[in-house]
Write a protein that binds this ligand. Structure first.
Ligand code: S3P
Length: 170
């Protein structure tokens, strides 16, 4: 394996946390969900961080957590969907990880996110157009930062973790 961490990137609903947890067990690595670390360090859930502060405050907290936590090795990190929007985040992440992009189509994302309540960027309602636009805007960023890409539309978290494991454990 080229590096000592694995970082999962991709749009909301692509399964980064579920896949990451399974993959970490297979690799014998520690699983770290960056959103959870942000919540711990801010002593607040993400939804409240967005409500009480704003997106810029959240992005600053996210970048700060990345600067600190990426000193660790042998971890599988599930990154928040917007981590790619800051180049500085990706420079740090790429320097110590194999970056795996979990790709999801707007249709599947819509189906998976329909009932979501805790995702502040979709709080105005989960509509297909908004999801399509966000995915379209971010797709080039996910692609340019990925070492490996897996489409997640018709695959279970277990299948994906097996496929990622095979690919990176070479
Ligand atoms: C965000 C995705 C969320 C969380 C925050 C912002 C985004 O993480 O970091 O709500 O900008 O796409 P998940 O992708 O784990 O839902």
């Amino acid at each position: 394996m080229k590096s000592k961490n694995v970082s999962l990137i991709g749009f909301m609903g692509s399964g980064k946390s579920t896949v990451g947890r399974i993959l970490s067990k297979k690799l014998g690595f520690l699983f770290i969900d960056l959103d959870n670390i942000i919540e711990l360090s801010e002593e607040s859930v993400i939804k409240d961080i967005f409500d009480r502060k704003d997106e810029k405050y959240f992005r600053d907290a996210e970048s700060r957590v990345i600067r600190n936590i990426y000193k660790n090795k042998n971890c599988v990190f599930a990154c928040g969907g917007g981590v790619v929007t800051r180049r500085e985040n990706m420079e740090l992440i790429k320097s110590s990880s194999t970056v795996v992009y979990l790709e999801i189509s707007p249709d599947t994302a819509f189906k998976r996110l329909k009932g979501t309540r805790h995702r502040p960027l979709l709080k105005a309602g989960v509509d297909k157009e908004k999801i399509s636009t966000m995915i379209k805007d971010r797709k080039p960023l996910y692609e340019e930062n990925a070492d490996i890409t897996f489409n997640t539309d018709n695959r279970s978290a277990r299948e994906l973790s097996d496929a990622i494991f095979k690919k990176i454990d070479q």
